[in-house]
Design a protein around this ligand. Structure first.
Ligand code: ZN
Length: 275
């Protein structure tokens, strides 16, 4: 039985600030250990419930955050940046289920820790077929295109509520309650890890109760940037339409084909000189 895990950092136990999750800051090394421990708790729970094979995709920023030799030895790790499916690289139809660990809410969510959608610097919001969507929603749609259900998501309480609206029946663990963008009331990591372990086992055992997100016939993806200069530059590419000063739109038949385009669009729109 195979499990895919995508791990972000903003929704890890105890994390409340950009400094906690940015390579090179004084506190980062401490929090990358907490990140590794939250993932290990999920892995232990999954193994207890019968999972035999695990692939973990480090999905935050440089995508080189997890402490390699402290990660549970049963898991294989996908590490490094620029991968076509981004936070979902490594998933395919051979997996039985997916977990999202340490996730955060979509850009603009109220009182949600470090909320953003894929790029905090460049992106105001992302819409698919006119509906605003966050990272968990986009990534669950990618898993769904492979027929894989997302059965467990961990993060702050706002993220848990967001994914429960997106994925019917998903198991969630809220490791903290957001008070503001940079402030939360946090469970002790020992307690949150225990909860993650228990919920992971429960989610694996009840995986058949959660349906994969159904693929749509067509995807119209809109990126509203924070700066008009980002949208203008991206609109120079073939297939991109400038919808208004700050928003571009492109079309895709399959979310798995849309993701690499979206990644390239966001990187291009994130050039510092543009802001
Ligand atoms: Zn992140």
């Amino acid at each position: 039985m195979k499990l895919f895990i995508s791990v972000d950092m903003e929704g890890i136990s105890g994390v409340t600030d950009w400094e906690d999750v940015e390579k090179g800051t004084k506190d980062y090394d401490y929090y990358r250990n907490l990140m590794t421990e939250d993932v290990n708790a999920a892995i232990e729970g999954a193994l207890e419930a019968g999972v035999t094979e695990i692939v973990v995709n480090d999905s935050h920023d440089t995508m080189r955050n997890l402490v390699v030799d402290r990660l549970h030895p049963k898991a294989q790790l996908i590490r490094g940046f620029i991968k076509p499916l981004c936070m979902m690289e490594g998933i395919d139809e051979s997996f039985d289920m997916a977990f999202f660990i340490g996730y955060h809410s979509m850009a603009g969510a109220e009182r949600a820790i470090l909320n953003h959608t894929l790029s905090d610097k460049a992106v105001q919001r992302i819409r698919i077929n006119g509906r605003e969507i966050g990272e968990a929603g986009i990534n669950a749609a990618i898993a769904g295109a492979f027929g894989v259900p997302v059965v467990l998501v961990t993060g702050d309480s706002q993220t848990a509520a967001e994914v429960e609206r997106e994925i019917s029946g998903v198991y969630t663990v809220a490791v903290k309650e957001g008070i503001g963008m940079f402030t939360a009331r946090c469970l002790h990591p020992q307690i949150s890890r225990q909860m993650i372990r228990e919920k992971a086992a429960e989610a694996v055992r009840n995986r058949h109760k959660v349906q994969p997100v159904k693929p749509l016939d067509h995807y119209e993806i809109e990126v509203e940037f924070k700066y008009a200069s980002s949208a203008q530059l991206v609109s120079f590419l073939p297939g991109m339409t400038l919808v208004d000063g700050k928003t571009i739109r492109f079309q895709a038949e399959d979310i798995r084909k849309a993701m690499p385009v979206l990644l390239a669009v966001l990187l291009l729109g994130d050039v510092k000189k543009l802001a």
